[in-house]
Ligand binder design. Sequence first.
Ligand code: HEC
Ligand code: HEC
Ligand code: HEC
Ligand code: HEC
Length: 337
Amino acid sequence: MIQQLVLIGLVSISLLAVNGPNLDESAEPVTGPGFNHKAIVGVEKCVDCHKHSAEVWKNTVHYKTITDMPRSPKAKEIIDKMGLRRVKESLCTSCHGTEMWDSEHNEMTVEAGVSCESCHGAGMGWVTVHGEFSGKEEDEETEAEAAKRWKASEAAGMLRPSMIADIARNCVSCHVIDHEELVATGGHPAVSNFELLSWSQGNMRHNNFYTNGKENKVASAERKRVLYVVGMVAEIEVLLSSIGNANAMNIYVKTHAKRFSNLRKQFISVAAASKDESMLEFAQYLKTVGLSFKAREALIPASKKAGEFLDNFSATSDGSSLAGIDSLLPDPSEYKN
Ligand code: HEC
Ligand code: HEC
Ligand code: HEC
Ligand code: HEC
């Protein structure tokens, strides 16, 4: 999607920077709606070794959207308003599906709904290395070898559950619609009511690999806190850059600004409850961010600041010292099913 947006001149280039763990800034992002579709290996490949993950995935909206969305009257309406021809335009399938290069026919196809590699990164560079124990039996691989294997996988664009800031940025790159025309002209929703904890621990939860399908554990109390904070800030980061880069004052900007204001309020209360110094400091900073459309360029450095906080927070906080925020977290009955 990103390449396309650049062509029609609407994009915030800065999205490239928040999208996935790109080591080389000039490379195509490997995840989210702008991933490098030529590096997608396809869900069937993952299922060879991860059948339990796939069983869960098949019951989610992400799996179904590629067939359900095009059938909805709302989709037709969006397409008409945008003057596009088909509901399966790449603009739509870049978020409602996983695009994959078909080298036999030299064309792009949609391999499935939002599938494994839309969230874990295009697999070509890491699919083999991450799952082989350095060419040994599992229990013969040394710790150093395992560390090297994971490092190589991450460098090749794998998004692992531990890389939670980048995972969250990736969710948000689809769930905040950073496309002015799609929203302002097409009438597409501008944002989801996204919240990482409750949206990842409901029916999309597939923490069932390491128990070989026996258990599908909800995140620990500590990780829940991290998911909650990280999701909020990842969204703040992308909202600020999308408003900062907007061309005109319209429904797109208004919705994103309102969403930002709400998240800011929420973050400020969460920081107060946490008593965490770095969160309090970032909350203090957020209070100074002005939302004037005229001065919107100032939101770009503010977005960068959010990104820095996010990286730092996710690298240093394991949630163990944040018990103060527990009463503010969504209740398990609110997890998305
Ligand atoms: C040849 C078998 C194999 C294939 C194919 C495979 N995986 Fe894996 N995967 C593994 C193994 C084994 C592990 C756990 C390695 C370990 O315990 O150190 C793993 C772990 C993972 C993890 C968890 C990493 C972590 O940090 O705990 C993710 C996510 C993952 N794979 C995603 C995928 C995706 C997405 C695909 C398809 C693009 C895929 N895998 C294809 C074998 C495979
Ligand atoms: C940047 C990612 C992105 C792009 C591009 C995108 N969508 Fe969506 N779409 C979403 C998300 C995320 C939702 C879910 C919104 C929510 O949580 O309510 C959604 C929801 C929808 C819905 C349901 C809306 C409703 O009111 O119930 C329709 C229909 C839809 N999209 C059609 C399209 C069509 C048609 C296109 C292409 C012209 C398109 N989308 C492009 C991300 C995207
Ligand atoms: C919508 C995004 C999304 C999709 C689609 C997705 N995953 Fe995940 N996956 C995640 C997140 C987020 C986590 C970490 C969840 C947590 O910590 O509770 C995860 C965790 C995992 C793990 C670690 C599981 C464990 O037992 O600890 C594996 C393995 C994995 N995913 C593989 C896959 C495979 C294979 C597919 C496709 C069939 C897939 N994922 C589809 C987002 C996704
Ligand atoms: C490639 C784009 C993309 C990525 C990445 C993505 N999503 Fe989604 N997600 C969508 C779209 C599109 C929909 C709406 C589908 C529809 O309504 O047809 C959706 C719907 C959902 C829903 C259902 C919402 C509802 O109202 O029922 C949940 C939950 C969800 N996503 C969670 C996540 C999480 C958590 C992540 C990251 C770990 C994530 N998504 C990453 C595109 C994406």
